[in-house]
Design a protein around this ligand. Structure first.
Ligand code: SF4
Ligand code: SF4
Length: 423
């Protein structure tokens, strides 16, 4: 059983003054996926801010109800975009989660689930080792049979995995060298992404090279720390951030991107995360300042002539792309510039699909409800492709489309552009 804590009030963990930016207007409520589904104040941004304040002031204990309302938040930051008062909700919820992790004992099931995610996902070598037997099972055509035999919780995790035979998880050759004077760009290959979605990394490098950028690589890639920040593991997130700051600075790129928008946002916020680090505060700030979005870089230099692709596409806005980096128009402009492509707007395109880092692994029910809602909207467009710029959303949406046996292809923006560039 989970147990309540009578530990220190949260005031020592969250930046208490930030809570007062909220004027309780409620304009964020309809932008919040959990409020959209539950219609309950305590599962809205405003309700969670009330809750954090009550915890901070010691007026409420950190019991299972309080932890539940905070756990159910996706950290999607839709509320930040909607908020006219500039509430830093992302920072508040990350701090609140660190407090929950330090002061609340979860149920055994919950602890086990979280321990597995924390021990495996940020480490590509461990994830590869874990997936190796599954890859063989898949090659033998036995993956559906295996999934059918597993308990429900494990079956749902397996269902989320993309076909493993299609994962280009090796380090591929660098794209051809560009003009040595061209701006240098590095693609942060991520942790889960380099195992399960490396083709997105490689496609990003290929389209950047096609636009005339000089692609450079990091000597090593560590997890960006976003998974830990979302799970309340602040110390390890800081450790990952420090390692990345050093490695990103060492590769000398003029711009940093990631094929996973959650990673881009995390790196863009290293400056704030490490602001009190006596050694790295300045370097972290300059690394964060060089984070860019793929579409913005491509629009700046322009892509060579693309071949005609006669198809309809719709675009899903990944939360951290639209609410973290504020990128909405660039991907649409690029898609519309491909000859033959017709872009159909997606209803609720910026409502979270339920992936949200590791949320679909730790909160499968809510994640599944959001996936259903997202896929209903995607199917209603009648598009041939649903395009997005985040591998986690790809896995989540593709799994739901497979369950529906819907014939809509899920593809990362970089891979779609690479397909249009291929002769
Ligand atoms: S981060 Fe997303 S789920 Fe959490 S309160 Fe804000 S809008 Fe709701
Ligand atoms: S978070 Fe912003 S939009 Fe939401 S209630 Fe507070 S002030 Fe209003």
């Amino acid at each position: 059983m989970a147990s309540a804590s009578s530990g220190a009030p949260m005031r020592k963990v969250v930046d208490y003054e930030l809570l007062f930016d909220c004027v309780h207007c409620g304009l964020c409520l309809e932008a919040c996926p959990t409020y959209a589904l539950k219609r309950a104040e305590m599962d809205s941004p405003r309700g969670r801010i009330y809750l954090m304040k009550a915890l901070a002031e010691g007026r409420l204990p950190l019991d299972s109800d309080a932890a539940r309302h905070l756990d159910l938040c996706l950290g999607c930051r839709g509320c930040e975009t909607a908020c006219p008062s500039g509430v830093h909700y992302g920072r508040l919820i990350e701090d609140a989660r660190a407090f929950v992790e330090a002061n609340y004992r979860r149920s055994l099931m919950d602890r086990t689930r979280r321990a597995i995610v924390n021990a495996i996902f940020p480490y590509p070598a461990r994830l590869r080792a874990l997936l190796a037997p599954l890859k063989s099972i898949e090659r033998a055509g036995l993956r559906p049979a295996l999934a059918a035999m597993l308990p429900r919780a494990m079956r749902e995790w397996i269902e989320l995995l993309p076909p493993l035979s299609g994962c280009a998880d090796e380090r591929a050759a660098m794209p051809p060298a560009a003009d040595p004077g061209a701006p240098a760009v590095v693609v942060h290959h991520g942790c889960v992404a380099q195992v399960l979605a490396n083709s997105e990394n490689l496609a990003s490098e290929a389209v950047l090279a096609a636009a005339g950028y000089r692609v450079v690589r990091m000597a090593n890639t560590a997890c960006c720390g976003a998974l830990d920040l979302h799970s309340g593991n602040r110390d390890r997130a800081l450790d990952f951030a420090r390692r990345n700051v050093r490695m990103l600075a060492a590769c000398g790129a003029d711009a940093i991107i990631s094929a996973a928008s959650g990673c881009s946002t995390a790196i863009a916020e290293y400056g704030a995360l490490l602001r009190d680090d006596p050694e790295l505060a300045g370097l972290a700030k300059s690394v964060s300042a060089t984070v860019r979005d793929l579409s913005a870089l491509l629009l700046e230099r322009g892509l060579p002539t693309m071949r005609k692709l006669e198809c309809t596409v719709t675009f899903h806005d990944a939360c951290h792309l639209v609410h973290g980096l504020g990128v909405r128009e660039g991907p649409r402009k690029l898609l519309s510039s491909i000859p033959g492509v017709r872009l159909i707007e997606l209803a609720e395109s910026d409502l979270c699909c339920g992936s949200a880092g590791n949320y679909n692994l730790t909160e499968p029910e809510m994640a599944r409800e959001l996936a259903r809602r997202k896929v209903d909207n995607i199917i209603a467009t009648g598009a041939d492709y649903v395009v997005m710029a985040n591998p986690g959303c790809e896995f989540q949406i593709a799994a739901e489309l497979r369950r529906r046996r819907a014939n809509i292809k899920v593809i990362h923006l970089a891979r779609f552009l690479a397909m249009a560039l291929a002769g």
